[in-house]
Design a protein. Sequence first.
Length: 132
Amino acid sequence: MKKDIAIPVVKNVYIAVVKEWNEDFTSHDWMVYIINDSDQLLESVMIRSRGVHTDGRKTSTFRHAFKQVEAKKALKVELIMEEVFAFENEFVLTYFIGPLLYDKVYTAAPFSISEEFIKKLPIIDQEGVLLI
C-alpha cells in the first residue's frame, strides 16, 4: 500500500547556478552545478532540465547522468543561457544512496537566476544562485 512506502527526503544536495569566467569564449557564462553537501556518496545520479515560458514556449530537455557524486563535492552539469532566465527552469534530480532512491525537483522561477540573488555557496568556493 502507498502508506507503507517510505519516501526519503533529499537533504544537503543542491542545484546551483554560477556565473563564471569561460576561458574558451572569453566571457562570463552561467553554469549549473550539483552540490553534494552531505556525508554520503550519491550513485547513479540523473538530472533532467527544461524550461517553460508563460507564453507556451519550451526549451529543449537535457538529461545528464553521473556515475557518482562524492560526499562534500560538486560537479558542473551544464551551461544555461541568459535568454532562458525568463522561463521557469526546472531541474529534476534522482540518485541512490545505498538501496534508497532519492528524487527532488528544483525550480527557478522566471528571473530568479540573476546577480541580484547571488550568495555564497556550500562546498565550492564561488557565489551563485542556490536552488532548494
